[in-house]
Ligand binder design. Structure first.
Ligand code: FAD
Length: 453
């Protein structure tokens, strides 16, 4: 009899696991209360990147004179941007639903929770249904963290989910939080022409990133007129008439037309019935997993944001794939576990930022000997042709073996370019493998061969 695999949550973790497991012969049910494709499609990756793409087009148009064009002064059409986002989301949603349908996967619309170790109960619009399972995957994602000192009203005090786009475009946006999400929203709204103040709780934006990378972004923000409140923690955000007033713990006050909260997320583990099946959660509400993504109950897996690992769509999808293989008994002794340290990550700002593997500051701090080569974009013919010589690429390798350990790229198309270094890191390639690859000329990839020299 086919393995009955029940998945709660149809985001990147859930739909990838479903598709792989069905291909391998499982009888799969996906329980989804909202949109198949998940928060990733509806609230996070897709709408944010679609708005950033519009902002990027505006910002590049403003630089058109550098390409030998007459100056362009683009104006934002908010309705057109909104329709564009809906169109992209609709297409992606249809393609996932069609794929699941073609593979005979049952999508059960409703809210699921564990009823015991081998049962999931689903509240649907028609009542409740209980589904039996040999294996269960919990991948219910996360939602924006809202602190008790702030009450988003969806009008002027916003979470990220209320900002695609907000009901009125901010004249002056105060962004609270300078991690990846915060800086992407600073970039987005400053590209649209809003004034922006960014509350940075530490001494640099992107506190967990390479200081050199963070400094490049701060320079760009300052050149756009973004005001940085460094070393300040917001303690309240309140509406006063048409203003939103954000007070900080050091007495500073930021005033804007709108405020946006970007201070992380919390896992959707409440109400999942974890206790009825004996599934452990940690202090933050995440479900701890082992290297096969199993919870403390062997046939109950967790993935994506719920698992408390790297909160990325790409990671969630890869976990889903590995789980499907494990459920179907496809893992062998040389089965490669997911190595979270080798996940390529990007920040969609201008300049774009991407990193993979070991970070330079972290390697030096740990006393590890590494070889670093850094080249500026201005050395690339293609960067000059693009009229965008801002940024740099650096590759980190082991001085004894030449094996590529990581890299960082700041500059146009960094998110695409990092793939070359990501493959090298995963496949343990050497710097000579990159140097001897015949890259297209003129292309930005040539920079990577230079950085590997
Ligand atoms: C603003 C923002 C931008 C981001 N941009 C990127 C990016 O560019 N690239 C990237 O890789 N990552 C990005 N991320 C992170 C990415 O969105 C998440 O890591 C990813 O969505 C996690 O996938 P998931 O499968 O865990 O869950 P989700 O995508 O959150 O999906 C979970 C699904 O479970 C459903 N669900 C929840 N509870 C139940 C229940 N009880 N019953 C039934 N269904 C349920 C939800 O409706 C949802 O559809 C971004 C995050 C944010 C906040």
């Amino acid at each position: 009899m086919a393995v009955r695999f029940v998945i709660v949550g149809g985001g990147p973790a859930g739909n990838t696991a479903a598709s792989y497991a069905a291909r391998l012969g499982a009888q799969v049910t996906v329980v989804e209360r909202d949109v198949v494709g998940g928060a990733a499609h509806l609230w996070d990756c897709i709408p944010s990147k679609a708005m950033i793409a519009t902002g990027g087009a505006m910002s590049f148009s403003r630089r058109a004179h550098g390409m030998g064009l007459a100056d362009l002064q683009p104006a934002l059409d908010v309705q057109a941007m909104k329709s564009r986002i809906a169109e992209i989301e609709g297409r992606l949603n249809r393609s996932i639903c069609d794929l699941l349908d073609d593979q005979g996967i049952r999508v059960l619309r409703g809210t699921g929770r564990l009823l015991g170790p081998h049962e999931v109960v689903v509240e649907t619009s028609d009542g409740t249904e209980t589904v039996g399972a040999d294996a269960i995957l919990l991948c219910t994602g996360s939602r924006p963290r809202v602190p008790d000192w702030c009450a988003p009203d969806g009008d002027r005090v916003l979470t990220t989910r209320q900002s695609y786009p907000p009901p009125s475009m901010p004249e002056h946006l105060v962004v609270i939080g300078s991690g990846v999400t915060g800086v992407e929203f600073v970039h987005m709204f400053s590209s649209f022409g809003s004034d922006v103040t960014l509350i940075v709780s530490r001494q640099q934006v992107l506190p967990n990133k390479d200081p050199e990378v963070a400094a490049a972004l701060e320079d760009e923000f300052l050149s756009r007129g973004v005001k940085l409140f460094k070393g300040a923690r917001a303690v309240s955000a309140e509406r006063e008439g048409d203003e939103v007033v954000v007070r900080c713990d050091d007495g500073r006050i930021a005033r804007g037309s709108h405020a946006l909260l970007a201070i992380g997320s919390v896992p959707n583990s409440d109400g999942l019935g974890l206790e009825t099946a004996g599934v452990e959660v940690d202090g933050g509400g995440y479900v701890p997993i082992n290297h096969h993504c199993q919870s403390n109950i062997a046939h109950i897996y967790a993935a994506g944001d719920l698992s408390g690992k790297l909160p990325l769509s790409s990671v969630a999808a890869m976990q889903g794939r590995k789980i499907a293989e494990h459920v179907m008994g496809l893992h062998t002794r040389d089965h490669r576990h997911l190595d979270y340290d080798k996940a390529a990550q990007a920040i969609f700002t201008e300049p774009e930022i991407a990193e993979v593997g070991i970070a330079e500051a972290e390697a030096f701090a740990s006393g590890r000997k590494i070889r670093v080569t850094k080249v500026p974009f201005s050395a690339s013919a293609k960067a000059l042709i693009n009229d965008d010589p801002r940024g740099f690429a650096k590759i980190l390798s082991d001085p004894a073996t030449g094996v590529v350990l990581g890299g960082a790229i700041v500059g146009r198309h960094a998110a695409e370019l990092i793939s070359v270094i990501a493959v090298a890191v995963t496949a343990h390639l050497k710097v000579t493998d990159i140097v001897e690859s015949l890259m297209v000329h003129p292309s930005l990839s040539e920079l990577l061969a230079d950085a590997a020299e």
